[in-house]
Design a protein around this ligand. Structure first.
Ligand code: EPU
Length: 763
């Protein structure tokens, strides 16, 4: 296959068709790499699973030197992409994904293409699945990264090739050639013809012409229930056509369909009875097409019955994401009115008498504009439809369309379409509307599926914890009044991750705090999302005779952890007895004790973080670059989710003694039990200490010697015990806090010529 070509580079490798093709070619023995944007995508898992690497941008430095072929798609500017321009300059061969697909399929003995404006992914996955179960080992490329038991692309030893044939253009607006015109199958299934993709086709007639051209001289299997297929039927050479459907005039007629909560059963005239685990009339038709083709290929109805029955569907097609007793959450890719209607109908058949709640994100301005009326009609078939703003495609300019989600609502006479400007509003409403037994869908081709975790939380707890306009006074040890625009008390890892994802999606600033002991908020209001980390969990992950590895969540209170580990005879935290705050804060700030010098993170071996793209990642100790009052998280602003510490086993009595000595020193030298945020300023460096010729690096010493002990501004004062502690008597105001900070800095500067730097986070 593809003789002489070894290394194939995919520009935009995360596109579904691209990723499946990449997997296929890797399996066929090629070296496959690629590039794409650095954003989580549904194909990430597939590519990683197949050990295919990609670079995270389209920069030229990431374009390998030795390439035999570059593959491109319509996404990421097509041929105008900088890597393609460079590749052309360097003389590499360039090929579109559609053309490459056409080339490779030539190598197979029998090629089956599944076309149609809706249902082609389910149908092609079902055919690939069934052929696998029949032991035919087909090669295939379908339109999802995964479907029941299999991945979306595979190269196997069998003689069949199954391909999802896409009617979309090769590279709109530059090249509108329908992608499927590059394919040369023997058999074509067509599930339906409809008007979609207004950026490729002017109208329905042009779409029909494109299908007719594709059909030319091929063996066809057509759903004759579809009005548009019926309309072009007379133009086809009948000896090539096999029809199926519910219609009386179908050659293979579907009869007695029964759809219930278990799936669908039906009969196909002349073939036999079947049962599938899919729902809705449309899926019965899809299954019928597969059965008819397999029948024509010579498979016995008994074999087909068995092979087809366990197919559970494809990713993002009526895909169950969560269930709590009889309340369900599904995700569905429907983004065209016909698909929306089919999914809602299928849900009504499966869940008789239940409320259907659809959370819909329209996909592309052009489609919304051209099918506005149809969207409005079909979406109102749910009990409630929550509409999000339109998810645009990089290929269109929103200014050209003057259309918003409001237009879908404005032309509807129904009251069940609700529009939301952002996800927060939507979730607040959902938590009010949701009832036990509801069937919820996230629906659309954009990013709406990412809401699954947070919706699951609403189903489970009846709320997702988000509040608006919350005073943080009680959460902050320095006791200042500050209003958070949005606030979440995060109790689980998922809460933190989904909160982070929301802030990214909605471009909201995000601020997380744990114990509230290392932060001084001098603002009146924090705009954006504030997370209080209340994620408390501790597990033992490994144990030997010498040590125990414990995984501790970031919201875990340090004081509790210290007591527990000392009691269990685990050494590592004992000197920190009396340290306030949570594990996440202590790790991120690298909290320390100076007698002897020990850092809270001394025993950290690895940790889980959530990065600024909302991805969870595992990092080793090295990643943190720990130093005095520093870890890399201060710069990267990533959040700790869990930290794993290796704790040496030691006599609990010895540990208790150490803890006691440390705590006594703390009690004697530091104020406790009052509202302060710990040491306010960082200590000075050794060099500065030598230069100033002072006995210690202690900022407390400098503030003390600057005569500030007991210095008061309103309710705030400098501790008389340790001058690096600012204390709030109770009603301290923001302006007073700001003033006392700047007064301390000014007086120290005057006396020692040193600019003190805050250790606490000042927001
Ligand atoms: N000192 C004074 N006046 C003061 C405070 C201190 O003269 O008001 C003198 C002390 O007498 C002592 C020297 O300064 O001779 C050092 O004092 P201390 O042992 O209290 O240590 P520190 O350097 O002031 C650091 C950390 C503390 C940590 C202690 C003990 C910083 C900014 N502070 O303080 O951390 O608890 O060592 O290990 O690094 C915190 O991080 O919130 C914190 C309080």
């Amino acid at each position: 296959m593809l003789d002489g070509i070894k290394h194939i580079f995919f520009v935009g490798i995360k596109g579904v068709a691209m990723a499946n093709l990449a997997v296929f070619l890797k399996k066929a023995g090629k070296i496959v790499t690629g590039s794409d944007i650095d954003e989580e995508f549904i194909t990430d898992r597939l590519l990683k699973k197949n050990k295919i690497n990609w670079s995270k941008d389209f920069s030229l430095k990431n374009l390998p030197k030795e390439i035999d072929l570059i593959v491109y798609s319509a996404a990421n500017k097509g041929l105008q992409n900088s890597q393609l321009i460079e590749g052309k300059k360097r003389g590499y061969k360039l090929i579109s994904q559609a053309e490459l697909l056409g080339l490779i399929m030539k190598e197979f003995e029998l090629r089956i293409a599944i076309s149609g404006c809706h249902g082609k992914t389910t149908t092609s996955s079902l055919l690939a699945y069934t052929l696998n179960k029949l032991g035919a080992y087909p090669s295939y490329i379908v339109g999802v990264p995964f479907f029941t038991d299999y991945q979306g692309g595979d190269f196997q030893k069998g003689k069949y090739f199954v391909v999802e044939a896409d009617e979309y253009g090769i590279n709109p607006p530059y090249d509108l050639t329908p992608k499927f015109h590059k394919l040369d199958p023997d058999y074509i299934i067509c599930t339906n013809i409809d008007f979609d993709h207004p950026d490729v086709y002017k109208n329905l007639n042009e779409t029909k012409q494109a299908f007719l051209k594709f059909f030319d001289n091929k063996k066809l299997f057509l759903d004759i229930d579809n009005k548009n297929i019926k309309e072009i039927y007379h133009k086809l050479n009948k000896k090539n056509v096999t029809t199926y459907g519910f219609s009386l005039n179908a050659e293979f007629q579907i009869i007695n369909p029964i759809i219930d909560s278990e799936g669908s059963s039906f009969e196909i005239s002349g073939i036999g009875k079947f049962k599938i685990s899919l729902y809705g009339k449309m899926n019965v038709s899809n299954a019928a097409s597969v059965i008819v083709v397999l029948h024509k290929m010579g498979y016995k109805s008994k074999e087909i019955q068995k092979a087809i029955s366990q197919f559970k569907g494809s990713e993002r097609r009526f895909e169950q994401k969560y269930q709590e007793s009889d309340t369900y959450l599904f995700d569905d890719y429907a983004h065209h009115p016909t698909e929306i209607e089919a999914t809602i109908e299928a849900a009504r058949e499966r869940f008789k008498g239940r409320r259907i709640l659809v959370i819909f994100q329209p996909h592309t301005f052009s489609r919304t504009k051209f099918l506005l009326k149809e969207f409005s009609e079909t979406l109102s078939k749910a009990d409630y439809t929550f509409l999000l703003p339109i998810f645009s495609s990089s290929r269109e300019n929103r200014g050209d369309f003057k259309i918003t989600t409001d237009d879908i609502i404005n032309i509807s006479s129904k009251k069940n379409l609700l529009r939301f400007h952002n996800v927060f509003e939507l979730l607040s409403k959902l938590q009010k509307v949701l009832k036990k037994g509801d069937i919820i869908f996230t629906m659309g081709a954009g990013s709406v599926y990412k809401l699954k975790d947070v919706i699951a939380r609403i189903i489970k707890h009846g709320k997702w914890n988000i509040k608006e306009e919350v005073d943080l006074y009680h959460y902050l040890t320095l006791r200042t009044h500050v209003i958070a625009e949005y606030f979440i008390d995060a109790e689980t890892r998922e809460d933190i991750v989904s909160a982070k994802k929301f802030s990214i999606e909605k471009k909201l600033p995000i601020f997380l705090f744990g114990g509230g002991s290392n932060v001084a908020i001098t603002r009146k209001k924090i705009y954006g999302l504030v997370i209080k980390n209340s994620y408390i969990k501790k597990t033992v992950v490994a144990e030997t005779n010498e040590y125990v590895d414990i995984n501790v969540s970031s919201g875990y209170p340090v004081s509790l952890l210290i007591n527990k580990t000392i009691d269990r005879g685990l050494s590592g935290f004992e000197y920190h007895k009396g340290l306030p705050g949570t594990v996440g804060g202590a790790v991120a700030m690298n909290s320390k004790w100076t007698r002897p010098i020990t850092y809270f993170s001394d025993n950290l071996i690895y940790a889980y973080l959530v990065d600024n793209k909302g991805r969870v990642k595992k990092v080793t100790r090295k990643y943190f670059k720990f130093a005095y009052d520093y870890s890399i998280l201060k710069d990267t602003r990533e959040f700790v989710l869990e930290a794993v510490f290796r704790m040496k086993k030691e006599d609990p009595e010895v540990l208790k003694k150490r803890a006691e000595v440390a705590l006594n020193y703390r009690k004697q030298t530091q104020p406790h039990g009052i509202s302060s945020s710990g040491c306010f300023f960082k200590n000075i460096s050794i060099e500065e200490k030598l230069k100033l010729d002072v006995p210690t690096t202690s900022a407390g010493y400098l503030i003390d010697k600057a005569g500030m002990k007991g210095y008061t501004v309103g309710d705030f004062y400098v501790s008389k015990l340790h001058a690096n502690f600012i204390i709030n008597k109770g009603q301290g105001k923001r302006e007073e806090l700001l003033k006392i900070i700047s007064d301390i800095k000014e007086r120290v500067k005057l006396k020692f010529g040193i600019e003190l730097e805050e250790e606490v986070v000042v927001v």
